[in-house]
Design a protein. Structure first.
Length: 399
């Protein structure tokens, strides 16, 4: 793009500003996250302490970080994660993210009584085992807040999005991974994200794109640049179609963005790893744990009501949000999750139910009755038919 074309931009255009550095390549920095491509979280630091714990339900062992601070303040100590084993299963490894998100919500709304903080504090505290009456299958039903920035709910959504995305990638003949970035500037995050999304729409209208791309899935990621500390919003896109020249695609991107030529496109050889990498941004476009408080507040407000991922073309059939389960079955409550897990240590009946859930096997009515003390074989209720009596109203006192 020529300098004359850049001069034709409006005076208030986000990119009509001087470069942040006298070196031309600094403003067009392309930051890659290749060192974390295979992980959802950063590796532990040497100063951190870890312990080995065993999941009481799955029986699997894993490493858990030993925290030196309390997750909840004194006024909400009754909601502490240590008192709720089911909640602890989802909270493991996400304590710092949960605390950072809660602090940001408190800064935004200035009260502990707002719905976002309450949702974070009560997410997955209430859970119970249930049995399907006809088949005997077991399911855990729990209270999920479904808040966008809740690390526990985001993890479940990312797991679902990863499965759907991987299935889509495996169905393609030659899938590709495209990254689109913007030139760094000092504008606020909201204006940069809006501009990035507008540019992506204009790119999809170009003839070269239409001829070579038949569909794809896009994910938004946001973080601060490590060099100039500017916001670095960018798209990760899994695309289907013909092979495209990076130089030609770079020219088109520079035209629609008015001066941001840096892109990256490469062939996907490991669908599972690519799906895992992008799916973690389906609910949370950034990790808040290592961000300053003001940055956390800005990113939450900028992402409010905004789509973080989407599909186009032949990928429109892919759903990235878990559907609501409404199977029409009749479920019978067995016991709360925490109580049944505790009873399994001393009760063979509770242990048998827990093992059936672990192996995804049904339980019989006898085992359900033996543990709960309730009878599921109901007797039909006899309907008593009353003889209809016709009353004659004597208005004229003839009797």
């Amino acid at each position: 793009m020529t300098q004359n074309s850049l001069n034709r931009l409006p005076a208030d255009h986000p990119l009509n500003r001087p470069a942040l550095s006298p070196y031309p390549d600094v403003g067009y920095e392309f930051e890659s996250d290749t060192e974390n491509d295979h992980f959802f979280e950063d590796p532990p630091e040497e100063s951190e302490q870890w312990e080995t714990v065993t999941d009481p339900v799955t029986g699997l062992t894993r490493q858990r970080r030993v925290l030196s601070f309390s997750l909840d303040p004194q006024e909400t100590s009754r909601l502490n994660v240590q008192d709720h084993p089911y909640r602890a299963r989802f909270m493991a490894g996400k304590e710092a993210e949960h605390l950072a998100t809660r602090e940001a919500y408190l800064e935004i709304y200035r009260t502990t009584g707002n719905s976002h903080v309450s949702a974070l504090d009560t997410c997955r505290i209430f859970a119970h085992f249930s049995r399907e009456k006809s088949s005997g299958s077991i399911r855990v039903m729990a209270s999920a807040c479904r808040d966008r920035w809740c690390p526990m709910c985001a993890g479940m959504k990312a797991k679902y999005a990863k499965e759907q995305t991987e299935h889509y990638i495996n169905s393609l003949k030659a899938p590709r991974f495209l990254t689109l970035t913007l030139k760094h500037n000092e504008n606020d995050l909201l204006s940069q994200v809006q501009f990035l999304q507008d540019c992506f729409r204009r790119l999809r209208l170009r003839a070269y794109w239409k001829r070579n791309v038949t569909g794809g899935i896009w994910f938004l990621q946001v973080h601060r640049s490590k060099k100039d500390q500017c916001w670095h919003p960018h798209f990760h896109i899994l695309i289907d179609g013909n092979s495209m020249e990076q130089s030609r695609l770079s020219q088109l991107w520079e035209q629609v963005t008015y001066g941001s030529p840096i892109i990256d496109i490469r062939r996907i050889w490991k669908p599972e790893e690519a799906a895992s990498y992008v799916a973690r941004y389906s609910a949370r476009p950034a990790l808040l744990g290592k961000m300053p408080l003001l940055d956390r507040v800005e990113i939450i407000e900028a992402m409010h009501g905004r789509r973080l991922c989407g599909t186009f073309g032949n990928a429109k059939c892919v759903t990235l949000t878990p559907p609501k389960i409404d199977d029409g079955c009749e479920w019978q409550r067995i016991e709360s999750y925490d109580r049944l897990v505790a009873d399994a240590e001393k009760s063979p009946v509770a242990k048998a139910i827990l093992n059936a859930y672990r192996k995804d096997e049904p339980i019989s009515e006898e085992l359900f009755e033996l543990y709960t003390g309730r009878t599921v074989r109901y007797k039909p209720i006899e309907v008593v038919e009353f003889k209809q009596v016709q009353y004659i109203m004597d208005f004229y006192n003839t009797g």
